[in-house]
Design a protein around this ligand. Structure first.
Ligand SMILES: NC(=O)C1=CN([C@@H]2O[C@H](COP(=O)(O)OP(=O)(O)OC[C@H]3O[C@@H](n4cnc5c(N)ncnc54)[C@H](O)[C@@H]3O)[C@@H](O)[C@H]2O)C=CC1
Ligand SMILES: O=C(CO)COP(=O)(O)O
Length: 336
């Protein structure tokens, strides 16, 4: 990778910082944009991100700034890593600053409330760029593990294969192995819905329901994700890949997952308010479960696990009652 490739990363949280580190390790010059000047200063002076990745030493070629125009300048890739529900307002402010011909890259795993738009659709809408200039990076990529340079594979999705290959080269390191995939819809849905299933598995874990329940939720969660994907024109094979099964397995088995942990706290009996109070970082599924359910209804797709998560998280249904209802639905063949 040529050192002249420049990347801007908007969002200095755990994944923005870790992915910035991947890009820097792959040979790119990287500027992180941080919302708070103190955090940008801390990154530059200590070569760490004390708030989100304490103890991880960041590469020399990664700088931070709180000035959006400075981050955006001359960027070949403009990476977006803020909470999904804040993307529209943030990007509206950044759009006039973007370098001409920059490729916009979404790291976000959510669906916009109200519009039910995927993040790449929000990017196209707000930045006014064609889909060939928007890419998505997704897969089993728990930020803390990537930041420790533990091995992981990922997916770079873009409808334009040349753009996907450029980005693939820009983020390929000895510990981060990206594959390309033209199925942007499937890759984004895989990432957004796995957070909802991660909440469901966390709730089951918190209730002590065991590993059979976990295996059943992962599998049936993937089945309902695939049903939605098919209705939206995705390639069903995407869901058997890194963006689907791969990310579900990582999320549903790891205590590092914020969604899984959020669910576990609910399953142990914490209230929603108590759970929110102990959650410092973004657990996208908490909001996106509602937009995913909305999307499912718009497409006439049955998503019982997602419906159950919405009922527990937003409608106060006790988990014990929800499990009983989920299990007593009418019997049916597996492939429906
Ligand atoms: N952390 C992880 O392991 C992974 C996260 N993701 C996705 O990446 C996206 C970002 O997540 P993280 O970096 O993990 O979240 P985080 O909670 O660690 O960081 C979020 C960042 O956004 C900033 N932020 C919060 N509200 C904002 C606002 N209103 N305007 C501007 N900036 C704001 C925060 O200051 C912080 O820098 C999410 O969609 C998440 O699902 C994807 C793969 C892995
Ligand atoms: O997307 C992730 C791993 O691929 C991170 O999951 P959480 O957002 O639940 O921490």
């Amino acid at each position: 990778m040529s050192e002249s490739v420049r990347a801007a990363v908007f969002g200095t949280g755990s994944w923005g910082t870790a992915f910035g580190m991947v890009l820097a390790d792959a040979g790119c010059g990287v500027t992180l944009w941080a919302r708070r000047a103190e955090l940008a200063d801390a990154v530059n002076s200590t070569r760490t991100n004390p708030d989100y990745l304490p103890g991880v030493e960041l590469p020399e070629t990664l700088r931070a700034t709180a000035v959006p125009a400075e981050a955006a300048r001359d960027a070949d890739f403009t990476v977006l890593a803020v909470p999904s529900q804040t993307l529209r307002a943030n990007l509206a402010a950044w759009a006039p600053l973007l370098a001409p011909d920059t490729v916009l890259v979404s790291l976000m795993k959510g669906v916009e409330l109200g519009t039910t738009m995927r993040m790449s659709e929000v990017v196209e809408d707000v930045a006014g760029v064609g889909r060939d200039r928007v890419a998505v990076v997704t897969g089993p990529n728990l930020a803390r593990e990537i930041a420790s340079r533990m091995p992981a594979a990922a997916v770079v999705a873009c409808t334009d294969e040349t753009v996907a290959r450029r980005l693939q080269a820009a983020c390929h390191t000895p510990y981060f192995r990206p594959y390309t995939n033209p199925d942007v819809v499937g890759c984004e849905l895989g990432g957004a819905v796995k957070n909802v299933i991660g909440l469901a598995v966390g709730i089951a874990d918190g209730m002590g329901l065991g590993d059979n329940a976990k295996g059943s939720l992962i599998t049936r969660g993937l089945a309902e994700t695939t049903r939605l994907g098919l209705a939206m024109g995705a390639d069903p094979l995407t869901f058997a890949g890194l963006a689907g099964l791969g990310d579900l397995v990582a999320t549903c088995s790891s205590p590092l997952s914020r969604n899984h942990t959020f669910g576990t706290n609910l399953g142990r009996g914490m209230t929603l308010q108590e759970t929110i109070a102990v959650t410092r970082q973004t657990a996208e599924g908490v909001k996106s479960c509602e937009s995913v359910l909305d999307l499912a209804r718009r497409h006439g797709v049955d998503m019982p696990i997602t419906e159950t998560v919405v009922a527990i998280v937003h409608e106060g249904k006790p988990p014990v009652v929800a499990v009983k209802e989920l299990m007593s639905r009418s019997a049916k063949p597996e492939r429906h």
